[in-house]
Design a protein around this ligand. Structure first.
Ligand code: C2E
Ligand code: CA
Ligand code: CA
Length: 547
């Protein structure tokens, strides 16, 4: 301001002074003229500055509004009394800010692919709707829906086709199922639905049935037909219980995971008990990753006894997990997890390699050679390179294939009978024996049994366990022994826990047995000691069991 003042007035006053001087007025007159001129220019400047100040009011208001919007996203309500160009600028600014804000809201609250509200908006709306409800005993249902095998589906489709699938799903859900309530796209393959009009679990089940029916119709996408099934997790709570929205969504997630674990196209209502189980499972699953690398797995061996001679003739390799906090975890607990996430493939390979190496080491140490039985899981059995991997492990460990027996179950052989027969034949071709584990619990179809090139049946321990109290179990045991004999297969009974069971099986002609009566599964060194000291070499007692 001072620079402007001096810039304008100094040249003007200098000019005036030189004019007055050059016309030889007296000093007094000259000073008076200059004083008046100075006063006049000062007044003029003040008036101009005031006018400028007034003119800039809308500019200042606009600038403050922009500043406030940037700082806390609060939209300005700029005055409309200014009608000049600056007023127009102010109105344009206000309008642009409103449009920008709307755009930003859409971007951050709607999914651009499906056009549906996203999780943030769902949370906002749930919070708002729940806070407006006056009847706190009313029910609210939150359903979380996820496409089964989404990873496989997405790998099999072009990205654009996948986008069409998700868009198609959201259209069907919007149109056919969720006219009332909220529908949101939660990302990836997940959709959430919230309903405030449910009266009972039955009405939620009806909604689930509609959801399934709507999604069961195939999607025709750019020449491809895609079939999907959803897994659905449900939380059904009173408005009073459902105040913590994050917790509500977390519970829906848990329920959805449980539904997924039960297979495709299932639904699951949230319950704290099943959640505790799921949390335990998730923690185990988390820890299981890397358990091999951290050297936490162990192989235990349980002897199989020739029931006629009482001598150990084989050992079954059974994996254990030495968990750093939980201690020894049973395979019954972690094998199903490893099967579900595919970790069973490296774990199973490691068990096979370790057990073959151990078996070979016992032979080299001079122990009488024992057959080695190793369990195979469905996931391993379906690996395309299974036979080569096993052949390689045998070569590596120098174990004669004649000593190896693999235990398989009917349930997974039946998944693809043709391929199973072929794989079993290739394994038999290597000289490996094949036992059908847990026999009697699955299909036990004579037709298929004669087609599978197996060498041994293992009577499931549930029958052995039950024989004494349940005549049907005794009858099944008798039938399996007779079946094995007629098909010229060896026969082992699992789970022999007492002398009575042993005597019964022996009398029926069962050849081999395995169970706590002889020995629990033991670490390699303990089994070696057991074999030397406790192996029941004397003839086993022949008691008849009451039926
Ligand atoms: P399975 O193949 O039926 O193994 C026999 C199970 O019965 C073992 O349980 C063994 O400890 C138990 N058992 C043996 N004798 C008796 C008895 O007299 N009474 C009772 N109550 N149980 C007896 P474990 O070791 O807990 O293994 C459970 C299952 O885990 C196995 O059942 C098998 O299906 C699976 N598994 C264990 N190790 C492996 C492995 O390395 N690979 C694969 N794929 N599965 C394995
Ligand atoms: Ca087994
Ligand atoms: Ca078994």
């Amino acid at each position: 301001m001072a620079v402007a003042f001096l810039g304008i007035h100094v040249p003007l006053l200098t000019l005036l002074a030189s004019f007055v001087m050059s016309n030889t007025y007296s000093w007094e007159i000259a000073l008076r003229v200059l004083g008046v001129a100075l006063l006049a220019t000062l007044t003029g400047t003040a008036a101009t500055l005031y006018a400028l100040h007034q003119l800039l009011v809308p500019v200042r208001l606009t600038s403050t509004a922009l500043q406030t919007y940037l700082e806390n996203q609060s939209l300005p309500s700029l005055p409309t009394r200014f009608t000049d160009e600056v007023g127009t600028l102010m109105a344009d600014t206000s309008q642009t800010l409103h449009q920008l804000d709307e755009l930003m809201y859409c971007n951050s609250h709607y999914d651009h692919l499906t056009g549906l509200p996203n999780q943030a908006l769902l949370v906002d709306r749930l919070r708002e709707t729940l806070s407006l409800q006056t009847d706190h005993q009313r029910l609210v249902a939150v359903l979380l829906l996820s496409i089964d095998d989404f990873t496989d589906i997405s790998h099999g489709l072009e990205p654009e086709t996948l986008r069409l699938l998700l868009r198609g799903m959201s259209q069907r859900l919007t149109k056919d199922v969720v006219q009332d309530g909220l529908l949101a796209y939660m990302g990836k393959d997940e959709f959430a639905i919230a309903r405030f009009d449910v009266t009972s679990p039955k009405s939620v089940i009806q909604l689930i049935q509609s959801l399934r029916a709507v999604l069961a119709r195939p999607f025709f996408l750019e020449g491809q037909t895609v079939h999907i099934t959803p897994s659905i997790g449900v939380v059904l709570q009173t408005i009073q219980e459902a105040q913590d929205i994050d917790q509500l969504l977390q519970q829906a997630h848990m329920a959805m995971h449980q539904a997924k674990q039960r297979g495709r196209g299932q639904y699951q209502f949230y319950s704290p008990e099943t959640t505790a189980q799921l949390q335990n499972r998730l923690m185990l699953e988390n820890d299981l990753h890397g358990a091999l690398e951290r050297d936490e797995l162990r192989v235990y061996y349980q002897p199989l006894i020739d029931l006629q001679t009482g001598q150990a003739i084989a050992v079954e390799a059974l994996v254990r997990w030495q968990h750093p906090i939980r201690g020894l975890v049973s395979p019954a607990e972690f094998i199903p997890i490893a099967e579900a996430n595919g970790l069973i493939v490296p774990i199973g390979e490691w068990v096979l390699r370790t057990a073959c190496a151990q078996s070979r080491a016992w032979q080299l140490a001079g122990s009488p050679p024992l057959r080695l039985s190793v369990n195979l899981s469905a996931c391993q059995f379906s690996q395309p390179n299974l036979v080569e991997t096993i052949a390689q492990i045998l070569a590596e460990t120098q174990l004669d294939p004649a000593y190896l027996e693999l235990e398989v179950t009917e349930s997974f052989l039946m998944e693809d009978i043709h391929r199973s027969v072929q794989t079993l034949q290739e394994l038999r071709g290597l000289g490996i024996a094949i036992a059908l584990d847990d026999f009697g619990t699955g299909y036990s179809s004579l037709n298929y049994l004669s087609r599978f090139p197996v060498t041994m049946l293992k009577i499931d321990r549930s029958f052995v366990n039950d024989m004494r109290v349940n005549p049907e179990s005794a009858a099944v045991t008798d039938a399996i022994i007779a079946l094995a004999k007629s098909l010229h297969l060896s026969i082992t009974a699992e789970g022999i826990e007492d002398q009575e069971q042993l005597a019964y099986l022996k009398e029926r002609g069962c050849e081999e047995g395995q169970g706590f009566y002889f020995s629990r599964p033991l670490p390699a060194e303990a089994l070696a000691t057991w074999l030397q000291t406790k192996s029941p070499a004397q003839p086993l007692p022949a008691l008849t069991m009451a039926r």
